[in-house]
Ligand binder design. Structure first.
Ligand code: NAD
Ligand code: MG
Length: 395
């Protein structure tokens, strides 16, 4: 029996993880569940999974959650805040930690799980992107295992021979990172400024949380993934190429010096990478059907248009800059996307805010977590000011 803590259990990845785990009650035991604020859903999950710990990052409704769990006769302890998340990530009973919080809020517990030497299933790409080598170093120094959940990185992992994270395997000449292109791949450019959050979140292939959905519409998601791949696989940014593949069947590819190119394919369903990482190096059923090659039809590939998707270009610049550039990019993006989702910023202004923050805040060397958090905080302040400025211009 393996114990698993799910950070962000009420989200899209968290719920897909529970769906896979529900098939193996004799193999996995859920020991901790966490959410930001959705206490009713967290209570429902606790009634079904009976974890020893439940954490609400936002403490507002902790009393309601405690009362609901007590009424159900559960002995689940309830903790709150970042400290509670860290307890969940480092419970002695948690052999496996699913890092599925969205954004920089997941950094502290994800890093704590790495330091505790756990098998870390990493969906929370922002934590890796902003901290760079710090997270990988913590994994290496503490005998943790890092398995990527992001479908592209899980695909690349499957196409590579086993190596330590961050060490480039011999014979690899290029990684092809596939991108669906999101909902606005063909939309007339002059209509982009006016798109609504609902339109941006209506992804043609994947059902996901709102922040990553917007990132997929701007292609910032692919930019963050480029940095994620650079770190995970030890390949310089120039060795990774983004290719648009609207069908989202090929999840990424690895090209070798002998002319071989290996691809991982499957229906677009996150339960596949989740089950892969839970069972690795074995395999287990995920509830996802394998492809029917007789019905698949055509698969298409094309170059991304960086004029249409300036966020991809900005991420590529940050990837080459190194140091705190990725943390600055990520923080500015989180602020701009939140403002867009709240109706305070136009879709096309997301890239404009990030570009100005990157111009005004030079990248510094990362030697500690404090460097990362300082860059993150400063970029957030600058981005918030710019958002207010843009809102003023629009009014
Ligand atoms: P989501 O918005 O559906 O869920 C996010 C989860 O994090 C929720 O449980 C929420 O309660 C929790 N959370 C949010 N803010 C928090 C905070 N401040 N403190 C503590 N907890 C907080 O997001 P998602 O789509 O499940 O994505 C989660 C992560 O996985 C993201 O980093 C995303 O990029 C990555 N990812 C998602 C998918 C996907 O298909 N959904 C695919 C690849 C990678
Ligand atoms: Mg992805």
């Amino acid at each position: 029996m393996k114990g698993i803590a799910i950070l962000g259990s009420t989200g899209s990845i968290g719920q897909s993880t529970l769906d896979v785990l529900g098939r193996y009650p004799e193999r996995f035991e859920v020991v901790a569940l966490t959410a930001r604020a959705r206490w009713q859903l967290l209570a429902e999950q606790c009634r079904r999974w009976r974890p020893q710990l439940a954490v609400l990052a936002d403490p507002t409704h902790a009393a309601e959650l405690r009362a609901a769990l007590a009424a159900a006769g559960l002995r689940t302890e309830v903790l709150t805040g970042e400290a509670g998340l860290v307890v969940a990530a480092t419970l002695p009973e948690a052999n496996i930690v699913m890092a599925a919080i969205v954004g920089a809020a997941g950094l502290a517990p994800t890093l704590a799980a790495a330091r505790a030497g756990r098998r870390l299933l990493l969906a929370n790409k922002e934590a890796l992107v902003m901290s760079g080598r710090l997270l990988l170093d913590a994994v290496a120094a503490n005998g943790a295992e890092l398995l990527p959940i992001d479908s592209e990185h899980n695909a690349i992992f499957q196409c590579l021979p086993p190596t330590r994270p961050g060490v480039v395997p011999a014979g690899v000449v290029r990684i092809w990172l596939t991108a669906s292109g999101g909902p606005f791949l063909r939309r007339p450019l002059d209509t982009l400024a006016a798109v609504t959050p609902e339109q941006a979140c209506a992804h043609p292939r994947w059902v996901m949380g709102r922040k990553i959905s917007v990132d997929s519409a701007t292609l910032m998601n692919k930019g963050l993934e480029l940095i994620e791949a650079q770190l995970l696989f030890g390949v310089p940014a120039g060795g990774i190429e983004v290719v648009i593949h609207p069908e989202s069947i090929v999840h990424s590819l690895v090209a070798y010096s002998d002319g071989s190119t290996l691809a991982q394919m499957g229906n677009p369903d996150m339960r596949t990478p989740i089950a892969h990482a839970l069972a690795w190096p074995e395999r287990m059923e995920s509830g996802v059907e394998s492809l029917d090659m007789l019905r698949l039809g055509g698969l298409h590939f094309e170059a991304p248009d960086r004029g249409r998707f300036p966020c991809l270009r900005l991420a590529e610049v940050a990837a080459r800059s190194g140091g705190t550039a990725a943390a600055i990019l990520n923080a500015a993006n989180e602020v701009a996307v939140a403002a867009f989702l709240e109706g305070r910023l136009n879709f096309t202004a997301i890239a404009a805010v990030i570009e100005r923050v990157l111009e005004r805040q030079p990248a510094a060397v990362v030697s500690s977590l404090a460097d990362v958090l300082a860059a993150d905080g400063e970029a957030r302040r600058r981005a918030m000011e710019l958002v207010v400025g843009f809102a003023g211009e629009a009014a």
